[in-house]
Design a protein. Structure first.
Length: 517
């Protein structure tokens, strides 16, 4: 049960903080309690100032080093007679709270896109030991002036923060768990117009009663907002992965209005302007699987080369095959507005920062969520992932992308895993495909040697089982036996693995699946 909120220093209009920031007006109505507009007298720019408690100070001090397109910057943290004061970038625009008060709720695609961007921004902060701690609808600026939204502002607190703080926060300061809870609560708010229960959910049925009927979104939200901490996600990474999977499957299925708004706004006064109604709402049932929703596959792939050695890895130095341009899908794309199709390549679900994914192809956000953190500096074009039908070829191309786009050209965790997996690197690729390509082409491998089981079907089965959280050990045992059979028959070289599995290869794959939890 949450305890009372720690005391925060109060500010007064006209006060000058640190001989620099002059307090001009209170913004509690728009940004939450304790937020003020101020002028930076060194630059003449407007900014936001607010007081923080002692337990918040370390988390926000670390935030001063973070730069992300969807996160307001910390300008200064000042120790003043009133207490500790934060000066933050001012982001001008309509808040999520104001938007939802006007329209009710967002379309699912737009809501998930926004949640992914916010989760991405906070993930970057968490990697540097920074935590926001004040995530709520008033702090989310939906359409900020001069930049892509949403942007998570820094400002005041809500009168009742229980909906946007994890139930077990108590007197603790901001944390990764707290921010993760808040982002999931925002998604629920965007989808349904409702706040979550302050103690969370116990089942998908409760989420359905709230208005979330899509099974994948029910699962994602339950994992993030579960009333039992032991059943809850550890951090944002699993939540991002769940949303990225949903997004690549649904991004082309519903049109957007002028402001990418939602369905069924509340009545407006006579003569007031109304935005066009949306076609689908967050309560609509998911569309049937089977028809293509991935128009972005029509775009060409990118030619990869290793470009660098493994640098202390043990990979066999086999030349990497070029990436072939994937064929355009035959099916027609879903309409945008009435005539224009939605291309996932123009839907930015990842933010931009020096350490984050900045790709033209946003499928990369999903792929990255199935790889260890910081696998890419600037993610390559990965649209080929869903169209390549050879697990051996796809694995080689993904490994090449991991090497040539490693942050700082350093040996990354992903590179180390690939170097240890041997036969099981194809299984890793099958997990990525199952998670990010719900309608991908079937795997194809050469006919098996006499007495050996087909690997392509096994790979697809293991990938889906890992993604669905099912027990995959039996299928993995069969894959191991098939690999041993092929190597014994002298055909391991067809898979670039002349020797049978060994040397901790399977253990490396099991270690990889542990990173997905």
């Amino acid at each position: 049960m949450k305890e009372s909120t720690p005391s925060h220093p109060t500010l007064s209009i006209g006060a000058v903080i640190d001989q620099r920031f002059k307090v001009e007006a209170e913004l509690s109505e728009s940004l939450g309690q304790g937020a003020y507009l101020a002028e930076d007298q060194e630059t003449g720019a407007k900014c936001i100032v607010f007081g923080i408690s002692d337990i918040e100070k370390p988390a926000l001090e670390a935030m001063a080093n973070i730069s992300h397109a969807h996160l307001a910057k910390v300008l200064a943290i000042v120790t003043a007679p009133e207490g500790t004061i934060v000066a933050a970038e001012r982001v001008v625009g309509e808040s999520l709270a104001q938007l939802l008060a006007r329209i009710g709720k967002k379309q699912p695609v737009d809501a998930v896109r926004s949640a992914l961007r916010l989760a991405d921004a906070l993930s970057i902060a968490h990697q540097s030991g920074a935590f926001h701690g004040r995530v709520h609808p008033k702090a989310v600026i939906v359409e900020p002036e001069g930049r892509a939204g949403p942007v998570l502002a820094l400002g005041g607190r809500l009168e009742d923060e229980s909906f946007y703080q994890s139930p077990d926060r108590g007197q603790q300061g901001p944390s990764e768990h707290d921010d993760s809870w808040a982002v999931a609560a925002l998604l629920l708010k965007m989808l349904t117009g409702n706040d979550p229960p302050s103690d969370g959910f116990e089942s998908e049925a409760e989420l359905e009663r709230q208005g979330v009927t899509d099974p994948m979104l029910q699962t994602a939200l339950l994992r993030a907002l579960h009333s039992d901490p032991a059943e809850r996600n550890e951090g944002l990474r699993p939540f991002k992965r769940d949303l990225a999977r949903w997004f690549v499957e649904h991004a082309g299925e519903e049109p957007l209005s002028h402001h990418a708004l939602s369905s069924s706004p509340p009545p407006l006064p006579h003569g007031a302007e109304r935005h066009p109604p949306a076609v689908a709402s967050s309560t609509s049932a998911p569309g049937p699987r089977g028809k293509s929703r991935l128009p972005f596959l029509a775009a060409g792939g990118l030619v990869f080369g290793l470009g660098a050695a493994w640098a202390a890895s043990s990979l066999i130095s086999t030349p990497e095959p070029p990436v072939e341009e994937p064929p355009a899908p035959a099916s027609s794309a879903a309409p945008r507005s009435s005539t224009e199709e939605i291309d996932l390549g123009e839907v930015d679900i990842a933010g931009e920062s020096d350490t984050d994914i900045d790709a033209d192809n946003k499928l990369s956000s999903c792929v990255a969520s199935y790889l260890p953190e910081k696998s890419f500096d600037k993610a390559p074009d990965l649209r080929w992932v869903c169209s390549v039908d050879s697990p051996r070829k796809g694995t080689d191309q993904l490994r090449a992308a991991v090497v040539s786009h490693a942050p700082g050209r350093q040996v990354s965790t992903a590179m180390k895993l690939f170097s240890r997996m041997g036969w099981y690197d194809m299984v890793l690729f099958s997990v990525v495909r199952a998670g990010c390509c719900p309608e991908a082409a079937q795997f194809k491998l050469p006919d098996p040697s006499p007495g050996c089981e087909r690997m392509d079907a096994l790979l697809a089965a293991i990938g889906q089982q890992v993604v669905d959280g099912q027990d995959f050990q039996a299928a993995l045992d069969r894959f191991t036996a098939s690999a041993q059979c092929e190597a014994k028959a002298g055909y391991g070289a067809r898979f670039k693995q002349p020797e049978p599995p060994g040397g901790g290869e399977r253990e490396a794959f099991i270690e990889y699946t542990g990173l997905l939890k």
